[in-house]
Design a protein around this ligand. Structure first.
Ligand SMILES: [Zn+2]
Length: 147
């Protein structure tokens, strides 16, 4: 840490405490850990799919930039893109529900979407994610997107 030279010891200690608090706050904003994510998936499965979707692992991955989530039904694993971190909870929950539903129904046929209707914010979350994708594609216009 870089500490301004003319601080008294008391000031210095106070300043270090403030910095540590800031770091801790950033840490806790850094979204759910994998264990919490798995717990969340269990709760969502219980709430919307009668607990029938039972993932064996749920974790964040950083190598997934074109998909928000993916799952492998044969080993029951679900992966969520780290790009979802910092998005609203209902969006993360939607992607979890989407992947949980895939453990029960493969593909995106009518049965799949009927199952997902159980999650009340499906449409809203899909709209949010479409908006994120569209915003990513906007050309860089100085003075409009940059303040
Ligand atoms: Zn899907």
């Amino acid at each position: 840490m870089l500490i301004p030279a003319r601080m008294s010891e008391a000031e210095e200690q106070r300043w270090v405490r403030v910095m540590l608090d800031k770091l801790a706050a950033q840490e806790s904003r850094r979204t759910l850990g994998d264990a919490e994510l798995a717990e969340r998936a269990r709760r969502l499965s219980a709430q919307y799919f009668d607990g029938r979707a039972r993932p064996r692992s749920v974790r964040w991955v950083t190598n997934q930039n074109t998909r928000w989530g993916s799952c492998t039904p044969s080993d029951g694993s679900i992966r969520l893109s780290h790009r979802l971190q910092g998005m609203p909870e209902y969006v993360v929950d939607y992607v979890l529900c989407h992947e949980l539903a895939h453990l029960l129904v493969p593909g995106h046929g009518p049965r799949f979407w009927r199952l997902l209707e159980a999650y009340p914010r499906t449409e809203r979350a899909r709209g949010y994610l479409e908006g994120v994708v569209a915003a990513d594609r906007l050309p860089h216009v100085p003075g409009v997107r940059d303040e």
